[in-house]
Ligand binder design. Structure first.
Ligand SMILES: N[C@@H](CCC(=O)N[C@@H](CS)C(=O)NCC(=O)O)C(=O)O
Length: 323
């Protein structure tokens, strides 16, 4: 078989690069150095004022594949809030590039329409997770870091595990420090690798990501969780990125120095959290694969969805701890 003539290769490369840059500029805003800049979440209310803690008043809109939404599902499960906070699972729409409701609500078919129903004229991003108030038809909060704090502390009256405090006072400083490091280098770090638009931006993100993973792997030789022997919100935030790592970030986002199953301590850590009551049921591996490879089209133009990688580190029988 003959290689295509060089003019076809050069034209194809030039057209593809221009279209790729155009699509990436929409998908992933960048700074002058080509580094991915994640936009700020806009709805930042807490459960106060008009938002009174009541059972079955608030609804979480989530998608299985999203690591930010996954945080809220994990905290809801750990706190035993399934009976008090309802969930709507959305589907990623690869063609429209957004989230679709499983059935219409208030005449809305998509999450973007629901955002506009909650706030007329809204033109920002329509992201999951989103905490919706079914009484005032308004968006309470769409920042996962804050929604998990709300779920941890505001609905204890209705929680099956009200005594589980994932952000105890004596660990506040440690949680804050870990959150800062993990957000920049790991949670958003994998996106900084995958969405980098220059080699330098990718190299920097990659170095910082693996420096943090190496550091945490060493730390976990002596303690079960990031802040000691108690699970905290910082662990939840780390977990939802790590559980996707071997599936999607390692390959699709080019985070390929090591997989989680290559790290002796990190794999035990992910295993331990995965087997906490209710957590495994929040992890849908086939949907994570299909959504990342199907919806992040510029990163996978051929549209082939890979097979599930080896996740046996999650199912090998080992001693499981409780919180
Ligand atoms: N800062 C947000 C980020 C959430 C986010 O980026 N969610 C993505 C899915 S992983 C999304 O819904 N994107 C849709 C869009 O940008 O239109 C959070 O942590 O809650």
């Amino acid at each position: 078989m003959a290689i295509p003539p060089s003019w076809i290769i050069q034209t194809g490369r030039s057209i593809w690069t221009q279209i790729w840059q155009l699509m990436m500029s929409q998908l992933a805003p960048r700074d002058d150095r080509g580094e991915y800049q994640r936009p700020q979440s806009e709805f930042r209310q807490h459960i106060e004022g008009i938002y009174i803690p009541q059972p079955n008043r608030y609804r979480l809109y989530v998608g299985w594949s999203c690591p930010w939404a996954h945080r809220t599902l994990v905290v809801r499960a750990l706190k035993g809030l399934e009976g008090a906070i309802d969930v709507t699972l959305l589907q990623g729409d690869a063609n429209a590039g957004g989230w679709r409701l499983p059935e219409p609500a208030h005449g809305c078919q998509t999450l973007a329409e629901l955002y506009r129903y909650g706030k007329t004229g809204y033109t920002g991003r329509s992201t999951v997770p989103m905490l919706w108030d079914t009484q005032t038809y308004s968006i309470v909060n769409n920042e996962s870091a804050e929604i998990i704090e709300i779920l941890n502390s505001e609905f204890n009256e209705y929680a099956a595990h009200p005594d589980l405090d994932l952000a105890p006072d004596d660990l506040q400083d440690a949680i804050y420090r870990w959150n800062e490091t993990i957000y920049h280098t790991v949670n958003n770090g994998v996106y900084r690798c995958g969405f980098a638009q220059t080699q330098t931006a990718y190299d920097r993100a990659y170095r910082e990501l693996f420096a943090t993973l190496d550091r945490i792997d060493n730390l976990l030789a002596n303690q079960a969780y990031l802040c000691g022997d108690r699970l905290t919100l910082a662990d939840v935030r780390l977990f939802t990125t790590l559980i996707r790592f071997d599936l999607v970030y390692h390959t699709l986002f080019k985070c390929n120095r090591r997989r989680i199953r290559d790290y002796p301590q990190l794999q035990d850590y992910v295993y331990r959290i995965y087997h906490l009551p209710g957590v495994a049921a929040t992890c849908d591996f086939p949907t994570i694969l299909a959504d990342y490879y199907g919806n992040l089209f510029p990163l996978n133009p051929g549209g082939i969805i890979p097979q599930l990688p080896d996740l046996s580190y999650l199912i090998d029988r080992r001693e499981v701890q409780t919180i």
